[in-house]
Write a protein that binds this ligand. Structure first.
Ligand SMILES: [Zn+2]
Length: 134
């Protein structure tokens, strides 16, 4: 057997030739698959091969903005769910600190919406910078 021989379970069996160019086909697959995934919301972001607004920001703010957009961050509720030893799932405001809560925490003057995150408004930047350690 040579180094590049195909096995019986080759992953090439389920493939088909591309109909268009790679970029268009990849974008088409993202759109199709984003409809299959049970997500809460696409946060107003359209699948495409460009960075969402905010990539010009400093790295910590950009990272946090994307964590807020994807509901995947180190909020207290997630840390407990992931098995990290935490004292509490409470935010300093007294409510359960979920990713949703980070957008509506009363500590910050105004709530941050999905639209704010998608378009990178000043409110989105304010929230990202406040929750920079999330
Ligand atoms: Zn809070």
């Amino acid at each position: 057997m040579g180094k590049f021989s195909q096995t019986k379970d080759s992953n090439l069996e389920g493939t088909s030739p591309l109909q268009g160019n790679q970029k268009d086909e990849r974008t088409k697959l993202w759109k199709i698959r984003s409809g299959e995934i049970d997500t809460q919301d696409l946060q107003g972001l359209e699948p495409k091969e460009v960075l969402p607004p905010g990539s010009e920001l400093d790295w910590p703010t950009w990272k946090t903005l994307n964590r807020l957009r994807s509901y995947t961050g180190r909020c207290a509720a997630n840390l407990i769910r992931w098995g990290y030893p935490c004292v509490s799932d409470q935010c300093s405001c007294g409510q359960t600190q979920t990713m949703d809560h980070l957008l509506a925490c009363p500590i910050l003057d105004s709530p941050c919406t999905s639209e704010d995150l998608a378009t990178r408004t000043d409110t989105a930047i304010l929230h990202a910078r406040y929750w920079i350690k999330i």
